[in-house]
Design a protein around this ligand. Sequence first.
Ligand code: NGF
Length: 289
Amino acid sequence: MKGIFTALINSFDEKGNINEQGLREIVRYNIDVSQVDGLYVNGSTGENFMLSAEEKKKVFKIVKDEAGDEVDLIAQVGALNIFEAKDLAAYVTDLGYDALSAVTPFYYKFDFEEIKDYYNSILEDVDNQMLIYSIPALTGVNMDLKQFGELFENEKITGVKFTAPDFFLLERLRHAYPEKLIFSGFDEMLLPASVYGIDGAIGSTFNVNGKRAKGILKAVHEGDLGEARKLQKESNDLITAILDNGLYQTIKELLKVKGVDAGYCRKPMKKPGDEQIESAKEIGRTLLD
Ligand code: NGF
């Protein structure tokens, strides 16, 4: 598993129900048009933490049905309810997902032993690999090199989705664990992360910027830093505009510009206002590739 993985956005109808046809279109757009290497399903970008367990299963099933074996699929199964996380891990493994991922448990201040037990428990009954999903800005869980090392002692834990602006730790991890997979998680930092030898990246904006992201990885691998910087600058102009206009709403509106029925966000996220929709169209006209 290597390359650019889209953190798949979800599609809801006006009432907040999963829009199956829209979700299928999003999958197809990522595979056929952006030609990404894989999909990361039910992450933050998929509005996972606002879904019931049954809805998460529905999304996993639709995505696998649509994508088949065309690209690698990673299922984010992390949940504070450990029984739910284990059940989802078994479910997606049966469906044929290539890897699991689980966000570090959040909200309660779990100590490291508890975090380690969470991962080992999710994995004890399934035959699949796991990428730790580390996103300290949203979970408050900051792990150091030694703690990552302890988690990596479980052979089923094959890597990490590293969503943090900590390049010192990223370099130390790469150096210490050359055999583990490291996916970077901040799209605006793809170029510097690539220079440190990541295996790939997982990101929300790849839903609409997958080609440039692939170009950045390729340019870095070929040693063409001029091209990599040009593509990262273009990407960051787009990412800045998306973040200013509302991350998930704008990605959905941009997909609509491309003819994909990306629908709406689920409450408590807001529907986009007229001004936000107009700005998204302008972003589509000026900043998409
Ligand atoms: O949205 C966030 C929150 N991070 C995503 C990504 O790391 C989330 C990142 O692409 C993800 O992979 C998932 O859905 O689980 C940013 O949206 C992007 O870099 C813009 O800042 O921080």
